[in-house]
Design a binder for this molecule. Structure first.
Ligand SMILES: Cc1ncc(COP(=O)(O)O)c(C=O)c1O
Length: 390
């Protein structure tokens, strides 16, 4: 594991690098891709070995007999998160955007409201709207550069039309690791308004030192009859193209509804994803994650310090994920000017904050899961692009 190795991903159908110019006007020739959530690192050797083993065998038929795969998931959740999962609670979807869409389909009807705590991962709203459901944006409070929950305000927004809430825990894009009290508040909110609670915990393994993620089932056993958990290997091990996710549903009746939708759409596992996930959820995979997190933490420290040195620019302290959320409102500039400086002058491509919903308008999200030399280069270029503010 050499996270400093610069691997040229251009011309490999990498969304992050090969779609950057079309989306952001930043050329991959000299630009820095800091947007979509994948890392510029190779996955652990155990994952590569699983793919090599498949290729050497050379037969790619339907996947069956999946007890080892289910046990690997159970091992990971117990070992790394203290959470006991039963084999029959696990569904394998084609990723968690797919899992979100299936939940929307299974548990709500057209016209129903789905609550999002915004700003939040943009695909949630896309999926909800595409299914003719309504997004109800309950905005997080930005208290001195830290997102907090405002249940009184959110209670006042509820008009009885919401059927589901989707929580992102830990939070993308704010990087918060929610406290037990905050998570209890979300569970109580879901019960108070009779909502199915979908807890997307895809970022749960990438938690910065000093913070502890609490899986929702460990917060409140009374929430199990309305809870859908979503986790995955894909962010943790940088294998997003394998398009596989764990949707874990403790309640039998909710499981039956989910299974019916999966069956109705003919969704069955991609064998590459299963082989890779089983290999990743292992002691060797765990050792790799234990080396990765301190590397990300140092990138975070460098990037946050570099951004905080620009007058009017304020990074939110990143407690989890490798997606730094930076507030440019203090510069007093229009977003068009900020983007001109970041994209045209510095040649850096970040995600645009408004796409994450209410409250994201003055922010940009930068992905720092890249070799440290690139993080340093990005800091230098961005400081230069705003040098007149010094
Ligand atoms: C909170 C969250 N959920 C889901 C996803 C994507 O999941 P998948 O690639 O499994 O569809 C992301 C990707 O960044 C994410 O941040």
């Amino acid at each position: 594991m050499n996270f400093d190795e610069i691997i040229d991903r251009r011309g490999t159908h990498s969304s992050k690098w090969d779609s950057m110019e079309a989306l952001y006007g930043v050329s991959p020739d000299d630009g820095l891709a800091m947007w979509v959530a994948d890392m510029d690192f190779r996955p652990p050797a155990c994952v590569q070995a699983a793919v090599d083993g498949m290729a050497a065998h050379g037969l790619y038929g339907y996947y069956g007999e999946d007890q080892g795969y289910r046990d690997a998931i159970r091992w990971w959740m117990a070992e790394r998160h203290g959470w006991d999962v039963a084999r029959d609670e696990i569904f394998s979807t084609h990723g968690l955007v797919n899992g979100t869409g299936l939940c929307v389909d299974a548990y709500t009807d057209p016209g129903d409201g789905v609550v999002l705590f915004t700003p939040v991962y943009h695909a949630f709203a896309r999926v909800i709207k595409a299914a003719d459901r309504r997004v109800i944006e309950c905005q997080l409070s930005n208290n001195d550069g830290r997102y907090e929950m405002d249940f009184d305000a959110w209670d006042a927004q509820m008009d009885g039309t919401a059927r589901m809430a989707i929580l992102c825990s830990p939070h993308n894009p704010g990087g918060r690791v929610w406290t037990r009290a905050e998570l209890q508040g979300v569970a109580d909110f879901a019960r108070r308004h009779d909502l199915i609670l979908v807890s997307d915990e895809i970022h749960h393994d990438l938690v910065m030192p000093g913070h502890t993620h609490i899986p929702m089932p460990l917060v409140d056993a009374g929430i199990m009859d309305r809870l859908v958990m979503m986790t995955a290997t894909t962010k943790t091990f940088n294998i997003a193209g394998s398009h596989i996710g764990n949707v874990i549903i403790p309640d039998k009746a909710l499981r039956a509804r989910f299974a019916a939708r999966m069956g109705g759409l003919g969704i069955s596992p991609n064998s590459f994803g299963i082989f890779m996930a089983e290999a990743a959820y292992s002691p060797k995979g765990a050792a790799w994650v234990d080396a990765l997190v301190p590397y990300l933490d140092e990138n975070r420290r460098l990037f946050e310090a570099g951004m905080a040195a620009i007058p009017g620019v304020a990074p939110m302290p990143l407690e989890s994920t490798y997606l730094t959320w930076i507030d440019f409102s203090g510069t007093g500039m229009e977003m068009s000017e900020i983007l001109d400086r970041v994209q045209s002058k510095a040649r850096v491509a970040p995600n645009h904050g408004h796409t994450f919903g209410l409250g994201g308008e003055s922010f940009l999200r930068f992905n720092i899961a890249t070799p440290r030399a690139r993080v340093k280069e990005a800091v230098a270029r961005l400081q230069d692009a705003f040098a007149d503010l010094q």
